[in-house]
Design a protein around this ligand. Sequence first.
Ligand code: GTP
Ligand code: MG
Length: 455
Amino acid sequence: MGNKSKAGDSNNPFTNRTPPPSDSETAEQMTKRIKQEEAAQQVSKEIDEILYERKKYLEKKRKAVQILLLGQSESGKSSILKNFHLAFAPKAFQKEREVWRTVIQLNLISSIKRVLDILKEEWEPEELEIPTTPDLDTPLLRNLRRMRLGLSPLIFLENTLTHSLAPELAGSGDVCVRAGTPWKSLLNLRRPSTASSESRRKTSSSDPSSVLVASRDNIVALWEDQAVQEVLKRRELRLEFTSGFFLHDARRIASEDYVPTDADIVRARVRTMGAEEHQLTIEKGEQGLDSGSDIYVTDVGGSRSARQSWIPFFESVNAILFIAPLAFNETLEEDPRVNRLEDSFSLWREICSSKLLMHAQLILFLNKKDVLSATLEAGVTVKKYVPSYNMPNDVLHVTKYFREKFHAYLRKLSPKPRPFMCYETSALDTSATAAVLVGVREIIIRQQLEDAQML
Ligand SMILES: Nc1nc2c(ncn2[C@@H]2O[C@H](COP(=O)(O)OP(=O)(O)OP(=O)(O)O)[C@@H](O)[C@H]2O)c(=O)[nH]1
Ligand SMILES: [Mg+2]
């Protein structure tokens, strides 16, 4: 601090704005001037503090592990993010349990809505909406109307809640949130018992719990109804494989004292729109790691229309976790003509060949290993979807085949040689995923150190 600024110093913007006092200044003018100077100094000090904090934040971030999660929609990016929280900062994550409770309740209601819509299509198609002949008023139809009536308060509540989260996206069937909006506080519906009666009243009107509890028998009856199951089977709709499916657990979730387990939270489905950066501070005692250090994870929306918004994050990223689900027999929700795995390959090719990303570490997660197992066990053959596949139809060979395809693209398309790092994961298996994430963090840190030494 060698150069002390003088009044009128032409390099000092602050003093430039405050002209020196004139000789004829009155006492009143002087008091006013001093007050103005003090106020201006206060503003200047606050700006300095903000700049200092920002510099500190950028410096800390530069040294920290920074990860960008990429992959198609429903590949499991947000689920891997939850695994990061559970592995490195579980105590902070506990505080969000209430939020996930509401998401899970909304997921359950979405599935109920879906079943009711399917039944309406099946038993009450458009042209028969008002039965004109008595024989159309079958026991099935009467049952459906009774169930719909019984569950109508739930559907109303779901509409209200999803609307409050993202009005432009409500009605899409998913719980959608826009990154950067305070969606977590909107869903944190249970307030402490010390809350005012007014806020408790508000809570009960938007909290699905009591309506769910009151509808529990109706929900269970709907899901266990033999005629309902037959319709789903005939239409080959395996709802249990859809995102955010909780109907098997309706009895447990629609209870007064329901608290979500870690597994429930990872299974909960929220569609990400936009991009969201999460700062995690490693907690003491977690995985024997250096507590207090930070991990920054950016989660993005993966649907085709959202991919344009990834590009601004490419410039500063040092590690990308690319999530590809092992879903060889599924198509994209936004374009049912496109096979999911084909879409993952084409995205991976773009990421591998990008010059902007040539210095970033690429780590591939072949996710939804459990879904692959269940699909193969159900007798679905890979060859039907991938004609070039000529190996046994088991998890080991199928995984090896896809892994090698990803590896070959990386080798062929990377602007400069880079290692192939690939892990098979099931984001629902939180302890196995935690072990993978600890290893991934170490790899990134090691690479960062090597890069720093080369500079
Ligand atoms: N069975 C199974 N389900 C998974 C796995 N990983 C994720 N899921 C489920 O798949 C659904 C979609 O996962 P998300 O993490 O929301 O997907 P995303 O990639 O963030 O999707 P967008 O936000 O739309 O881009 C969720 O309901 C998850 O619980 C897995 O390994 N196995
Ligand atoms: Mg997501």
